[in-house]
Structure formats: structure tokens, C-alpha cells
Design a protein around this ligand. Structure first.
Ligand SMILES: Nc1ncnc2c1ncn2[C@@H]1O[C@H](COP(=O)(O)OP(=O)(O)O)[C@@H](O)[C@H]1O
Ligand SMILES: [Mg+2]
Length: 212
């Protein structure tokens, strides 16, 4: 590997940008959790590394915008995937929704519909886990570390609610408009059922907090 730049050091992983066989790549290394028994920790990190790579690869094979997976090294808990050049979606979600931002939310809604129809749950759809390619303004999904394969209505509803919560907490001024654009473009044969479930979950949460 050539010289690499450390991009992020989060709770679960360290991410580097480097060159790998002449490709601009992201190396995601899942770090150990010292409080876990080592053998269990190895097992969990291997399983999550494999699962994340599988989800990203499956979506990429289906033509969705997720990084191309170059290598999975389970012994070292590493995924090597193409580097997506651009800026996180959160940089576009400012106090006023620009024309560009609206287009991105449209596209993200379409992408999430396709992802769910493929049977994939992203698991952590925040405005940081979506990178906007600045050349063609296309949204790319990264960070499937909490993702899974599922076609359950509940899982799909919860997946969308993660994004709604991000909008409400991080992008307060434009949250409602952004959500309406996003969900308007989300297309799924069971969309009505999923939307109803979203309402049910939100009511459940309000009830448990004593807000109803
Ligand atoms: N394929 C990629 N292309 C470009 N940047 C990436 C890529 N994967 C991760 N990153 C960058 O690294 C950061 C952390 O990676 P991520 O997969 O989101 O891990 P974490 O689970 O720690 O949030 C991202 O927010 C993004 O800035
Ligand atoms: Mg992330």
C-alpha cells in the first residue's frame, strides 16, 4: 500500500484513503473492542466486516450507487472499496433547500426505494453516510456497518425513520420539506404499508415518552 491518509477514527472503525493497485480507495478497518473477550470480538468483527462488504457489493452489482468492493480481508477485519470523491449530503442541507439539494433528496428517495426492493436495509442513513459526487451531483451510500438483508416492513420503516430523525435533529429548519421530497420519491410496492408503519412507530415512541 502507498502513503495513506487517515480520514476518520470512529467508535467502530478507522478509515484511510490510499492508492491500491492504481485505484483510489477507502480502507475501512474495524477496530477491536477491548471490553469484549478477544475470541468473541474477533468473531463479531469478522462477521460485521463480511456483512458490510456483502451489502455494499450486492447493491453495487444491482447498479445502485455504493462503492465497488476491491477486497475483503477478514483476517485483518478490512474492507477495501473505491473512494467516493465528494462532499457529505449534510453540506447541502442548509437553512434553505437549494434546487440542487432538492434534486439530491429526490435521488436519495429513489435509491432507498431500490435498496429496499433489493432486500437491503442500510441501518444508518444519516446525512454523513451519503456522499455527493460533486461532478454529477449523484448521491452515493456508504457505511453499511449496521445494515442487514431484510424485507420486513418494520425494518424498512425503521430504516427510513433514521433519516427522518437525522433531518429533525441536524437539519431542523428544512426537516419537514426535505422529508416530504425524499419520501415522495421513495418507491416501493408496499409503500403505503411502510408509511403506515412509520406513523405507528412514531406514535409508539410518543406514547412511550408520555407525549400522547
Ligand atoms: N468509500 C468511501 N469513499 C469516500 N469516503 C468514505 C468512504 N467510506 C468511508 N468514507 C469516509 O469515512 C468516514 C467514516 O466511514 P464510515 O463507513 O461512515 O464509518 P463509521 O461507521 O465509523 O461512521 C465517512 O463519514 C466518510 O467521510
Ligand atoms: Mg458513518
Amino acid at each position: 500500500m502507498n502513503s495513506s491518509t487517515k480520514i476518520a477514527h470512529c467508535a467502530e472503525a478507522i478509515v484511510y484513503r490510499t492508492s491500491w493497485h492504481n485505484h483510489d480507495v477507502c480502507v475501512k478497518y474495524r477496530i477491536p473492542k477491548r471490553y469484549r473477550v478477544a475470541s468473541l470480538d474477533d468473531h463479531l468483527r469478522q462477521a460485521r466486516t463480511a456483512q458490510e462488504a456483502k451489502l455494499i457489493a450486492r447493491a453495487n452489482e444491482a447498479g445502485l450507487n455504493t462503492p465497488f468492493i476491491r477486497e475483503i480481508d477478514l483476517t485483518n477485519f478490512i474492507i477495501v472499496m473505491d473512494w467516493i470523491s465528494g462532499k457529505p449530503l449534510k453540506d447541502y442541507l442548509l437553512d434553505h433547500l437549494s434546487f440542487e439539494a432538492k434534486q439530491l433528496l429526490f435521488q436519495l428517495g429513489v435509491t432507498m426505494g431500490s435498496l429496499h426492493q433489493l432486500g437491503i436495509i442500510h441501518g444508518d442513513l444519516t446525512s454523513s453516510n451519503c456522499i455527493i459526487n460533486t461532478d454529477d451531483l449523484s448521491p452515493w451510500l456508504i457505511d453499511f456497518g449496521l445494515g442487514k438483508f431484510s424485507v420486513s416492513i418494520e425494518d424498512q420503516a425503521v430504516d427510513l425513520l433514521v433519516f427522518k430523525k437525522t433531518l429533525k435533529s441536524t437539519h431542523v429548519m428544512i426537516a419537514e420539506e426535505a422529508w416530504n421530497i425524499f419520501i415522495g420519491e421513495y418507491s416501493h410496492p408496499k409503500k403505503e404499508e411502510i408509511l403506515t408503519r412509520i406513523n405507528t412507530i412514531e406514535q409508539r415512541v410518543r406514547h412511550s415518552k408520555g407525549l400522547n
